[in-house]
Design a protein around this ligand. Structure first.
Ligand SMILES: Cc1cc2nc3c(=O)[nH]c(=O)nc-3n(C[C@H](O)[C@H](O)[C@H](O)COP(=O)(O)OP(=O)(O)OC[C@H]3O[C@@H](n4cnc5c(N)ncnc54)[C@H](O)[C@@H]3O)c2cc1C
Ligand code: SF4
Ligand code: SF4
Ligand code: SF4
Length: 542
């Protein structure tokens, strides 16, 4: 009799060769990819994270996450051109998440509820001078103070805010909102000196015994062009116009106002002229709409308010009650060329909105600082001179927006902190971008975007009342929940549920998950079923 072929039974755990993991050629790994919104925010906000915190209704936690990078959520939620939304993956599904409107909701709620910024860090004994109290200077001061440095902020204006106060009109940024967010920063213990212009940076530094300096002097000087004009012709620049309006002393412009320029400042000047009583506010621009540097939404709003456009025109001369315009044509490269054809435009005043220059005369005695094309050359840590002078905002080479200035202020504060402690700036590990192609979009429900209410056009034309309203709690929450959490686990439990080997271990709320590699056979179903691409399959280590 032959022996039956008995199966061999081993005790559980007595042979490692029997674990599913030993067959594997690939293993799943949880990752945090870089969401495109975060990548696009010039202020460096961790947008995906604060949206995630807002989703269960924990608004204070979301706000705290947000102000870790940017102390101006209520301001940003009104004036930022929101490149984050342009980059948002959800735009490829239906419409981008209304990041900017949720940011404003959180900012306004914080003001209403009196939430305070995190307390400054332990005193380092170092003194930093910040010159300029615009968004760049205020952001630098905020982050430096949080790092425990003593900050002295000097500004030549009677009030802080820079162009946020003296440029951007109140129909886009009510001053009570701006004041609330500035006051909260200053309350961290920043020493402020107003109404004083720094004329010599080195002298200032030595007399105050500062260990480092941040320059955020902006670009305050309006560019001018020579326009042949009669004695009675009223010509002023947009920066002075907006500055005077902000101070409650608007100039008399007349009923027919021409604005010369194609940037956002030209639009604000034209919209302001309408509100000051101009029946004809006409923007004269040498190229066409496609080539206008102003932002598309702002152009549409300006036109809706009754401002008219004279495309492909330059101002040749101002003859008292009318402008002579020359018609332009665009060459193949998109540059305007004169045609020698002229027409007239009746006008009581002409507002020049041709851009601004920085006044860098305070750097005259600083041979180590390079100034090119009228702006300060800085290193990747925002350093302008090895002696500890840093710079940011409109005074350095960059696109000029308040959000970028805020990002510069933060970056410079890290550079200054490293300089003061004799270390190098620790750069975050580069992360892979969470692309739309990595999402399983069928897991997300349909959710149309919530739009903010707008003041009707008739009321906009003669009042400085705020145009865009805010979301209420219901639609802000709905909007936050539209986020797809690109490339970052949002604890949906899918991987936990679909794993056939029960190899996914749930670690508890906000703790996420881990894989028990002893039992994972590397089938990859968790990775392929993760809605947001937060699991990748990597080759099994040899
Ligand atoms: C009309 C207008 C509308 C705009 N709209 C928008 C918008 O909607 N969204 C957006 O993101 N950006 C907008 N911008 C751009 C934005 O305002 C600027 O990019 C931003 O304010 C630059 O910040 P900053 O801190 O570098 O300079 P600024 O805001 O210009 O601040 C510089 C500060 O330095 C002070 N200062 C200068 N020199 C000295 C000195 N020697 N001593 C002491 N103090 C000094 C000034 O008084 C000022 O307070 C707009 C700009 C304008 C003009
Ligand atoms: S600051 Fe601007 S870019 Fe950054 S999150 Fe806010 S709206 Fe988006
Ligand atoms: S869906 Fe959410 S995480 Fe993804 S890009 Fe948009 S806001 Fe950012
Ligand atoms: S499937 Fe869900 S729980 Fe698992 S990693 Fe992806 S988002 Fe997180």
């Amino acid at each position: 009799m032959t022996n039956p072929p008995f199966a061999i039974t081993l005790e559980v755990g007595s042979s490692r060769a029997n674990l599913t993991g030993s067959w594997r050629v690939e293993r799943p790994v949880y990752v945090d990819h870089l969401p495109p919104c975060n990548n696009a925010c010039p202020a460096g906000e961790n947008i995906q994270r604060w949206l995630y915190d807002a989703e269960p209704g924990d608004y204070e936690r979301a706000w705290r996450q947000l102000v870790d990078d940017n102390p101006f959520p209520a301001v940003m939620g009104r004036i930022c051109y929101h490149p984050c939304e342009t980059a948002c993956n959800r735009a490829q599904l239906d419409e981008a998440v209304g990041i900017n409107s949720i940011e404003r909701f959180l900012g306004d709620l914080a003001i209403e509820r009196g939430w305070e910024l995190p307390a400054p860090g332990k005193d380092t004994g170092k003194r930093v001078l910040v010159i300029g109290g615009g968004p760049a200077g205020l952001s630098a001061a905020y982050h430096l103070r949080r790092l425990g440095h003593h900050v002295h902020l000097v500004d030549s204006s009677p009030r802080l805010g820079g162009m946020m106060r003296y440029g951007i009109p109140s129909y886009r940024l009510p001053r009570a909102v701006l004041d609330a967010e500035i006051d909260r920063i200053i309350a961290l213990g920043i020493e402020v000196e107003l109404d004083r212009t720094v004329t010599d940076i080195e002298q200032e530094r030595q007399s105050g015994h500062y260990d480092a300096v941040f320059l955020g002097v902006g670009a305050q000087l309006a560019k001018r062009v020579e326009i042949p004009a009669g004695d009675s012709a009223k010509i002023l620049d947009a920066v002075s116009l907006l500055h005077r309006v902000a101070e409650g002393d608007p100039p008399l412009l007349g009923r027919r106002v021409a604005i010369y320029g194609g940037g956002d400042t030209a639009l604000d000047a034209a919209r302001t002229a309408r509100r000051l009583g101009a029946t004809d506010a006409v923007i004269v621009y040498r190229r066409n709409r496609e080539h206008m540097p102003a932002h598309g939404d702002e152009i549409a709003e300006t036109i809706a308010e009754g401002v008219t456009m004279r495309w492909l025109s330059t101002v040749h001369s101002f003859e008292g009650d009318h402008l002579v315009l020359e018609t332009m044509r665009l060459n193949d490269a998109g540059f305007p060329e004169p045609t020698g054809e002229f027409e007239e435009l009746e006008a009581d005043s002409l507002v020049l909105a041709l851009g601004q220059n920085s006044d860098l005369s305070l750097l005259a005695g600083e041979p180590d600082i390079t100034i090119e094309d009228g702006v300060i050359d800085v290193s990747s840590t925002s350093m302008a001179a090895a002696s500890g002078i840093f710079a940011g905002g409109d005074a350095v080479p960059s696109e000029r927006t308040a959000t970028i200035a805020i990002g510069h202020g933060k970056r410079a504060s890290l550079g200054i902190d490293a300089y003061l402690s004799g270390c190098r700036v620790v750069e975050p590990e580069p992360r892979e971008l969470a692309g739309f192609e990595n999402l399983n979009t069928w897991y997300y429900s349909d959710a149309p975007r919530s739009h903010r209410p707008q003041l009707e056009v008739a009321r906009r034309q003669n009042t400085f009342e705020e145009i865009v309203g805010g979301l209420n709690e219901d639609n802000a929450l709905f909007e936050a929940r539209r986020c797809l959490s690109c490339g970052n686990c949002f604890e949906c439990d899918n991987c936990f549920g679909v794993c056939p080997d029960n190899a996914v271990i749930k670690l508890g709320p906000s703790q996420r998950y881990e894989v028990d590699y002893d039992f994972c056979k590397g089938c990859g179903i968790c990775a392929s079923e993760c809605p947001c691409g937060a699991i990748v399959m990597v080759p099994e280590p040899v």
